[in-house]
Design a protein around this ligand. Structure first.
Ligand code: ATP
Length: 369
């Protein structure tokens, strides 16, 4: 088990800045997920930790030791690639043993390690097969087995589930989570799938265009996104970002916005804070996740909801709930209703749990409350 520190890391490919002053701390046993869209620099960062890519600026420390100039093989890390990178002509056993053979690990220890890992990953009955005789999920497990026999300080995963179908992805996700719990190892895991990030991580690093947007626990990132980018990247359906104007009266603030009908809503947001003062009578964005806009009567930790009537434009049943689209502040806002609730074209009562609503600056895109 090992800690990992990424300190002031930048990476340039010629004139192209692939990473810009990235800082991350991962404790021993952390499940760190690097999350972001294609091209944001996640794989580049992972490859730098692995030693497969050079560092332009900054330091990478594993267990306090700088590893910038250390060969990949001397870093005590193991990497599982998206492609699995299995040798097609070798059996599962040979694939798992390969690294140990190269390192001239004694035969008895190889046998013991393969047995241990095969048991852990339920590969025992597959050891004599070749990769072509395995399903996608089984290949994935072999790739993990090959990493696990090394007993490394840090595991690196580069989108390991992206070649699997939806059902298998969910199954393997659970397997990886169980494995992490069982072994307590430090993991760095790259994905562009926010559900994968939220379900696996102890700490999520949200990246965009070479930069970190936010680092935090999945719940922190979900509840308190630092900016509009993180707010809209995490959560499905995404957070409603409703344009309005911030009003202040006697130390209390409210967001004024309008329904499609032209009816004005004045949504109370509690006490004014110093951070809100520059926005009085100015444009603001109200952030409200779909689940905090519901039909009245579903509430909520003693908070006082704000109630209003609105016309439902569309209803999208998901099975577990009904998503109702209403026009708020000129956007299609999504409310999460109980199954069967809401009818398209009909007006109904809604309420917002304003204690969970957020405020963002439309220009800087930063959260202000
Ligand atoms: P994906 O999810 O698509 O793999 P990513 O977030 O992992 O994306 P990277 O592969 O880290 O992104 O790439 C970051 C940026 O750096 C991209 O714009 C990419 O084109 C660029 N890049 C990566 N490797 C090189 C290279 N060897 N030379 C030049 N540019 C590169």
């Amino acid at each position: 088990m090992s800690s990992l520190t990424i300190k002031d890391i930048s990476k340039r490919f010629g004139g192209y800045q692939a990473l810009d002053n990235v800082n991350i701390e991962a404790d021993s046993g952390e499940f760190l997920v690097l999350l972001g869209p294609s091209g944001c620099g996640k794989s580049t960062l992972l490859n730098m930790i692995a030693g497969l890519e050079t560092v332009t600026e900054g330091l990478i420390r594993i267990d306090g030791e700088v590893v910038n100039d250390r060969d990949p093989k001397d870093r005590d890390i193991a990497m599982v690639f998206q492609s699995y990178a299995l040798y097609p002509s070798m059996t599962v056993r040979e694939n798992i043993c390969f690294g140990m053979r190269v390192r001239k690990v004694p035969k008895a220890q190889q046998v013991e390690s393969v047995g241990r890992v095969a048991k852990m990953l339920q590969l025992e009955s597959l050891l004599d097969r070749r990769p072509s005789q395995l399903s996608g999920g089984q290949r994935q497990r072999v790739a993990m087995g090959r990493a696990l026999v090394r007993d490394p300080k840090v595991f690196l995963f580069d989108e390991p589930l992206s070649n699997l179908d939806a059902k298998l992805r969910v199954e393997m996700r659970t397997e990886i989570k169980k494995l992490h719990k069982k072994l307590g190892v430090t993991i760095v895991y790259v994905t562009h799938d926010q559900i994968e990030a939220m379900t696996l991580a102890t700490k999520v690093v949200v990246m965009r265009q070479a930069r970190i947007q936010q680092v935090g626990s999945p719940q922190e990132i979900y509840d308190r996104p630092q900016n509009l980018y993180v707010a809209s990247f995490i959560g499905s359906p995404p957070m409603n970002l409703i344009p309005g104007t911030l009003r202040e009266n006697g130390g209390q603030v409210a967001v004024e916005t309008t329904l499609e009908s032209g009816t004005k809503l004045v949504i109370p947001m509690g006490r004014a804070t110093p951070a809100m003062a520059p926005y009085f009578d100015s444009k603001i964005i109200l952030g409200a996740r779909p689940e905090i806009i519901t039909e009245p009567g579903i509430h909520y930790d003693g908070a006082t909801p704000y109630a209003f009537d609105a016309r439902v434009e569309v209803v999208e049943p998901t099975g577990s709930d009904n998503l109702a689209i209403i026009s708020l502040g000129g956007i299609d806002a999504i409310a999460r209703l109980r199954p069967g609730a809401g009818a398209p074209g009909k007006s109904m009562a809604f309420s917002i749990d304003t204690s969970k609503a957020l405020l963002f600056d439309p220009q800087s895109e930063q959260r202000i409350a």
